[in-house]
Write a protein that binds this ligand. Sequence first.
Ligand SMILES: [Zn+2]
Length: 347
Amino acid sequence: MSTWRDIWTEASALDRAELLRKDDDWLATSWRSPRSWLVQTVGPGRIAMAEQTSLPRLRPRGTFDAQRHFFLGTLAEQGAEPRAVFTTLEHEDALPEGLTAISLRTAVPQLPGPEADIAVAATAICQWNHRDRFCPGCGNASTVTDGGFARWCDTCERFTFPRNDAAVIAAVLDDDDRILLGHQKSWGGGRVSVLAGFVESGESLEQAVHREIGEEVGVRLREVSYLGSQPWPYPRSLMVAYFARAADTRVRVDDMEIVDADWFTREQVARVIAAQDDAVAASGRGASGWPDGAESTTRDVALGGVPISLPGPGTIARRLIEAWLADETGLSVPAQTPGSPDAPPHA
Ligand SMILES: [Zn+2]
């Protein structure tokens, strides 16, 4: 199983082969190669799979069609030519026998690193080409180029490229090392998470963290520290994760996006994660963000009287929480307030 760290912070095993994707003859020849590999996506965020722990080894079939067969890159293999990886968007009822559409959110935490990269890139590229078929300049249909990584408009004579919507996600900590977790209006049950929001035009990532936390919970921040990022192609976000130190602890939720939020201790959060992971393992359904009944043994850890549940493995929100529990926040140690029990004795 992949951990968040080894998937998203190391070099990808998928060589995106920028020069090869521009070579139409090479793409058509590779499509016919018995060594090439096809990944079928099914609508937003779903992949055709037989099991959740590996991608099926499908071979491309039929004639290569550059308008719907997209080239993701190559995988190096010992003692052999690199293997070309293609993807296409398929209707659910046209999938090969034995395959069903499985959610990437469920599958990605269980896939080996290279396959997780391929699955995420496949859904991102298929969805972009499906949703953005028309030129934003003139409204005419554009055509696929560069193996699906660009589209060309003959009328405007210009390219468009896949868009990534940057969003910041921040674990806010107070001077007592508690974490701020909020409940969104659109979420069911006791689901809580760290806070997130889209970056606006003309804004830095750090400025977006300050603004979003201020808007959603009214907390000012003293320090912001980068953790890492994760593609989140549902449909096209790039999540950029930060730790932040609160300058004050009074919470005033905006009641628009966040309807409740509060501070939780390490002991409380670690207990909920352990109970939730046990419930997922016992259910036998594989990784799931919010398993039913996970709160039954941790009823006392609640927000607004409702037992909380936390983000599942494979999400950057969960990674932030785990990094905090492991003391890997990158934030400076909070200043000790005079008279607090842990303050060092004055010389
Ligand atoms: Zn145009």
